[in-house]
Design a protein around this ligand. Structure first.
Ligand SMILES: NC(=O)c1ccc[n+]([C@@H]2O[C@H](COP(=O)([O-])OP(=O)(O)OC[C@H]3O[C@@H](n4cnc5c(N)ncnc54)[C@H](O)[C@@H]3O)[C@@H](O)[C@H]2O)c1
Length: 342
């Protein structure tokens, strides 16, 4: 039996809550026993506000859980094996370290932490505790991106030559104390939304030699709200773009990529992955139906249960993603100067 405490029941926390409710039906060994949120209103039955269609919108019966408004109190009073941290980014490192020191397994939402140094503290705490710890870089479990990884690693279309990865949507609204628009708490669009594509670039190709980023700020204090980056790899051209300031009333969040190879291309747009082998007709591969939010938690719980190492998203790799994003910010501050990854 794995007894879990979910910390943070905001926009994304409700998405995790829906996954646990499903997992508990599928597997009697999984038991979400407690929820913790500093805001008691989050334990009411209103629907969630996440910008991903179909996620976090269910009506929830909160009476089935032990409810806490204080993390330390939950750690002291609730018998738990694991916590899942779905709280603002500036709280990831301190709360993950605290839970690991208490001897709990820790799943924590992306981005890992605000700086590579804080990431290292999480790695050290996990090593000292011997408990499992993973960051929810969910694209590593998202079927379309997972399929792309197979093409990159397997070589079916030859070597990767050029790629473009992007996401864009509206400015985050209604978050806890508006933390998304405070760069010192969220790292801005660059460390929050764009981190998904930074993590993809790192996961697919490893760290580049250097990066050049141009960024702009629209919301005072929010850091970079829109950006484009070019990554320097030998013999390959990789670019990314992000923008969280598209505030049209019916503008929906979008994520997409186009990866070209020596013998064909793989394109993901409008939630459909299409493979275009050169000189042949395209095809749409069959992919698992579950999204990355379900698949990353299922994976983590299996690792906890089987006591096996985490290989898809090890902590050192998700820390390197933060190192790369940090170099992008440094480059943007220097008007796009090529910047090495420290
Ligand atoms: N993987 C994804 O696609 C994805 C999408 C959205 C958000 N996220 C991540 O999820 C995390 C949470 O984001 P969100 O959009 O849900 O934010 P949010 O502001 O909607 O929710 C945060 C919740 O944490 C609670 N909280 C704040 N301080 C707390 C504390 N000390 N103890 C307990 N609860 C506390 C708040 O009351 C709020 O309910 C962030 O790290 C964010 O980057 C990931």
């Amino acid at each position: 039996m794995i007894r879990i405490g979910l910390v943070g029941v905001g926009a994304m926390g409700r998405g995790h809550l829906e996954v646990y409710i499903r997992l508990m039906k599928e597997d009697p060994e999984i038991k979400l026993t407690a929820l913790c949120d500093v805001d008691p209103k989050r334990f009411e039955t209103q629907t969630g506000t996440l910008n991903i269609e179909g996620v976090g919108k269910d009506q929830i019966d909160f009476s089935q859980f032990h409810l806490y408004n204080d993390f330390d109190r939950m750690l002291a009073e609730e018998p738990l094996d694991m916590v899942d941290l779905v709280i603002p980014t500036y709280l990831h490192a301190p709360n993950a370290v605290k839970a690991l020191e208490k001897g709990l397994h820790v799943f924590c939402e992306k981005p890992m932490a605000l700086t590579p140094e804080l990431c290292q503290r999480m790695i050290d705490a996990a090593a000292a505790s011997g408990k499992q710890h993973m960051i929810g870089q969910c694209l590593r479990f998202w079927p379309a991106y997972e399929k792309l990884k197979e093409f990159v690693d397997g070589g079916e279309l030859g070597k990767p030559t050029s790629g473009y990865y992007a996401r864009f949507g509206g400015t985050p609204q209604g978050s806890f104390e508006n933390w998304y628009l405070d760069e010192s708490r969220s790292g801005g669009c660059l460390l929050d939304q764009h981190i998904h594509d930074v993590d993809m670039v790192n996961w697919l190709f490893g760290l580049p030699e250097s990066v050049s980023t141009r960024g702009v700020n629209m919301n005072p204090g929010a850091g970079i709200d829109a950006l484009s980056s070019i990554y320097r790899y030998p013999g390959m051209s990789i670019t990314t773009e992000d923008d969280w300031s598209l505030n049209g009333k019916d503008m929906k969040f979008k994520m997409l990529f186009r990866q070209n190879f020596e013998r064909g291309a793989v394109v993901f747009e409008d939630n459909v992955l299409t493979v275009y082998p050169n000189g042949e007709l395209s095809y749409v591969p069959h992919l698992p139906e579950d999204n990355g939010y379900y698949r990353e938690l299922r994976y983590f719980l299996d690792r906890v249960n089987d006591d096996k190492p985490i290989t898809v998203a090890p902590l050192t790799s998700t820390r390197d993603t933060i190192r790369l994003a940090t170099a992008e910010r440094e480059s943007a501050r220097a008007n796009g100067d090529w910047t090495a990854i420290k």
